[in-house]
Design a protein around this ligand. Sequence first.
Ligand code: ZN
Length: 184
Amino acid sequence: MSIKKVLHYGEPSLREPSKEVHKVSKKITELIRDLFDTMYAQNGVGLAAPQIGVNLRVFVIDASTNEEPLEPMVFINPKIIKKSGAVKSNEGCLSFPDAYTDVVRYENIMVKAINENGKPFVMEVKGGNLLARAIQHENDHLDGILFIDHCLNRFETQEVLKKYNLPDLDPDMLIDEEEMKSQL
Ligand code: ZN
């Protein structure tokens, strides 16, 4: 068991794009275990490798709720291959302690990835539930994109960051999602 330090917003590697995994080696298996250990230790729903300083395309999710128990999931080299609809989502991130803000996410997605055994899989998630939103959130981390880049209100988000002593919003990173926002 190995609980790693979670990098906080402001650490440059959170903005770096991550590299593809070529083989689910022992090193990757250890990385997956560290991600789960670290995520559970902090009561997170998901954690991506760059958040513990490893810029590889791997993330883990446990989107279980009291109403809906789910298996813990591993995504290696994920790609979102279909997306539609829009939902408002109040999100936080282990790299932004205590800071939550409203963002816009796709309602329905189809993702393909490789699992912890090196097997490819395709998963479709509909209805904008926690799992659908978590996959989008974690997948973004692999491209150096952070949830605040999707914020619905930049001024409110900036206030939240300031309140929790986090660095300012980066206006150059904001994603133009007017079309999605108009569907909310
Ligand atoms: Zn995050």
